[in-house]
Design a protein. Structure first.
Length: 207
């Protein structure tokens, strides 16, 4: 683990299980990071309780309150900058963002499939796992990638795999994929904090 702590802003749209994993990793001394801000995409998210339980600053920014994605994104990143964030983590975040130039390669997402397969708008949660099973895939997993202006499209940092079993349901496959996510996302954050990640076009080189 790097000796340098990294300041995070975490974006959530659901239960906050990925946020909780980061909170737990930090608490256990397995991730040298501080979560300075959590932003939820709508009111009454379960993630709000997780953030509150950890004493984190939790705010809500709703896409429907803005005229366009640019205005929405500007507000989001203004708040992230104000919190001192060095890295923004999309942890089950579902709203499209426009990434300002100053934040390129400073926003990451974890996706519950092996991109570029099974990504794009509407491909989240059970929808992804159902599609993987219906397609007859033998392997699934997760992808941690930098975020660009399109859904699930930015350069890939880490991928971690798990088997798809013959009797899998979306729920049972999700459990193994989530185990991959709990390992891969903190690992990617550690690499970024240590300055070991460089983006070369679509390729991410880890030194």
């Amino acid at each position: 683990m790097t000796d340098r702590s990294i300041q995070l802003a975490v974006l959530v749209s659901g239960s906050g299980s990925t946020l909780q994993n980061l909170i737990d990793k930090i608490s256990a001394g397995e991730l040298n990071a501080t979560i300075g801000l959590v932003i939820g995409s709508r009111d009454a998210l379960a993630a709000a309780g997780r953030a509150g339980g950890a004493g984190l600053d939790y705010q809500v920014v709703r896409r429907k309150d803005f005229a366009d994605v640019e205005a929405f994104s500007n507000e989001m990143f203004s708040r992230c900058a104000g919190s001192g964030a060095e890295l923004v983590v999309c942890a089950g975040w579902l709203s499209l963002l426009r990434i300002p130039a100053a934040w390129r390669a400073k926003v990451v997402n974890v996706h519950p499939a092996l991109l570029p397969s099974f990504g794009g708008q509407g491909m989240f949660g059970e929808h992804v796992h159902r599609a993987v099973i219906d397609h007859g895939c033998k392997v699934s997993g997760c992808t941690v990638h930098f975020v660009d202006d399109h859904y699930d499209n930015g350069p890939i940092i880490i991928q971690q795999t798990c088997a798809v079993l013959e009797n899998d349901t979306p729920k049972s496959l999700a459990e193994r994929v989530q185990a991959c996510e709990r390992d891969a996302l903190p690992k990617a954050i550690r690499l970024i904090a240590a300055g070991r990640v460089a983006v070369d076009g679509r390729r991410v080189r880890v030194t």
